[in-house]
Design a protein around this ligand. Structure first.
Ligand SMILES: [Zn+2]
Length: 65
C-alpha cells in the first residue's frame, strides 16, 4: 500500500502535501514511516516532550529510510 503522506526526516512531522516541513523547514522527506502520534498541545503532552516536539501536528513514530 502506498502512503501519500510523507514524514520529515529531521523532526518526523507528517504532511500530506507541500515540499517544506512546517515545523523545521527541512525539505527531506520519506514515505517509509510507520505509526504516528497526534500532538494537539505540545506543552501538555508527555509524548511530545519525550520526542522533543514543539509544534502541534502529526508525527511519525518510526522512519525506516
Ligand atoms: Zn521537520
Amino acid at each position: 500500500m502506498m502512503q501519500k503522506e510523507k514524514a520529515c526526516r529531521n523532526c518526523r512531522r507528517v504532511i500530506e502535501k507541500g515540499s517544506e516541513c512546517p515545523s523545521c523547514g527541512s525539505t527531506s522527506f520519506t514515505t517509509f514511516w510507520r505509526g504516528y502520534v497526534l500532538v494537539i498541545d505540545p506543552e501538555k503532552s508527555e509524548i511530545a516532550k519525550r520526542m522533543q516536539i514543539n509544534s502541534a501536528g502529526k508525527y511519525a513514530l518510526r522512519i525506516s529510510r
